[in-house]
Structures are given as C-alpha cells and as structure tokens.
Design a protein around this ligand. Sequence first.
Ligand SMILES: Cc1cc2nc3c(=O)[nH]c(=O)nc-3n(C[C@H](O)[C@H](O)[C@H](O)COP(=O)(O)O)c2cc1C
Length: 305
Amino acid sequence: MASDGLNTALGPIHLRSPLVAASGTVGSVWEWSEVADVEVYGAAVAKSVAPVAWPGRPAPRLAPTGPGMLNGIGIQNPGIETWVETMRPLLGQLAVPVWGSAVGANPEEFGLVAKGLVTAGIEVVEINLSCPNLEDGRMFALDADRSREVVEAVVASGDVIVGAKLSPNAEQIVAVAEACLAGGADFLTLTNTALGFGINVEDRRPLLSCGVGGYSGPGLKPLSLRCVYEVAAAIPGAPIIGCGGVTTGRDVIEYLLAGASAVGLGTVHFAEPRAGARILSELKSEMRRLGVRDVAELIGAVKPW
Ligand SMILES: Cc1cc2nc3c(=O)[nH]c(=O)nc-3n(C[C@H](O)[C@H](O)[C@H](O)COP(=O)(O)O)c2cc1C
C-alpha cells in the first residue's frame, strides 16, 4: 500500500501512488490483479478498446530486441460492447482504480468507445492517439489538429476525465500537447511506444509479421523523457504521466524531476508482473536517501546547468 508523501495530483485526479500500470501491459487489469499487488498503483489502464472487435496481427507480434521489445499486436480487443458486458461487473471488485483506453479510426469512433467505457462505470479515459500499428498506418498523435479533433469528440461524449496519450515520434510534441489541452484533455500521457524495426538474420524476415512496430522498454526512456521535459518546460503545470522504459525507483524519480506528476509502468510487467511493489519500495528508499519527503518536491524540479 502506498503511504504519505506518495500521493499525487494529476489534474483533477487524486492518485494514492504515482505509479500507473500502462495500457496493453496488464490486460484488462482483472487477470493481472490476481498476481500483482495492485494496491501499490494509483491506477491501472486497461488495454485499448475499439468500436468493434479487432483480431490483431498474426504472430510473431512480440520480439525482444536490445534493451527493449518490439510489438505489433494491432490492438487485439473484443470491441466496446463485449468489453462493457465483461468488465462492468468486475470493475468495482478491483483494489485499484481502472481507467479505460479508447482507440478508433476517426473522432466519432473514439467518442463512441468513450461513451461505452463510461456506461461500464469508467471515470477516466485515456485516448490512444499514438498506436503505431493501426491497419491504415495513420497516427493521430503526429498531427496537432487531428489530435485535438479526437480529444474534442471524447470530451463531448460524456462526463469523463480525459487523458491524451502521445507519441515520442512527434517532433513537435509541445504543439500536439497544447492542442490536446486546448481541446479539453485533463492530462497527457507521454508516451506510447516509438516506431521501431528489427530483422532476424537467420531467416532474413522482420521480427514482427507487420514489419514496423512499437519499441518499448529501457531503450525508450530517453525518448519519452525528452517529451516530458519539453512539454513540462513549455506548459508549466501541465498534468503529465511520464511513461517509457521505467524499471527502477530511480527511473520514476527521473520522470518526476522532468515534470511528470505520475509515472507509467509498461514492458517491465512482462518479465515481472509484480514490478510495481519493488519499484515503489525503491522509490521510497531513494526518496529517503535524497532527503525528499513528498513526491511533490520532485515534480519538475530538474535544475538548469
Ligand atoms: C505489448 C504491448 C501492448 C501495448 N498496448 C497498448 C495499448 O493497447 N494501448 C496503449 O495506449 N498503449 C499500449 N502499449 C504502450 C504502453 O502502454 C506504454 O506506453 C509503452 O510500452 C511505453 O512504456 P514501457 O517502455 O514502460 O513499456 C503497449 C505496449 C506493449 C509493450
């Protein structure tokens, strides 16, 4: 269980711990909750869901590479109606707030999914603007105007707290972040995976059946941190979940210093489903060592040269 000094505010949301389980790495949350210490997390984000079921890409769709992993799952999901039926009875039984994640091909589809998530009892919806392997290959998060349109559609869909999940591939990340906040987003998640590619030299085929996929894990950390740092510097006080390559309590502190108010854990769950408890305990001992009593003292406290 998180304790004093670990509470954090993410826009209108109060989190008991700065750790957030990242979408797509803890399933629907339910299965994972059977093995993980979910109470050490402030929230857990369920796998992205679309208006209708998507089968996802054929295998291989996960491949370790260097200090990280490539994935090209293709947002396999049951579609919003089935998701609501399955998850509605389960949400209240979990010892962690569950957030939804919406994906779609256009703003209307995102809005439709968000509406469904709300009917299931979801209070916070993260908008996946940054999936690198949708069928038509388009990524909303590379375009400020398109991102804003999606955020506006989700905001209009109902009484819900909205987060926009962006891509480390957006060179103009500040412009996209500003557009999402102007469209009504309550917080930003920085970031999703980065576009990546790998080849098996034995059979000369790409590591993933879809070719280019999403790169995550430790190698992603400097790229996602760049986004957090630039956005926090340009938009002081912007509520940010930093996400990308976190494996230790020290990584969490780095994201907080860069300007994040909460920190996502993703790929680390594949090798270590109970990583949250270890990382929270490391965070506490690092805070003690550094003489920090409250995470709020760390947020955005990076110093200039
Ligand atoms: C296998 C896999 C599936 C993912 N699925 C989703 C998803 O459905 N929706 C989403 O917003 N992000 C998804 N992500 C991205 C993660 O939530 C996270 O943003 C990213 O992996 C970077 O964090 P990490 O380096 O800690 O994994 C997925 C990542 C992985 C590795």
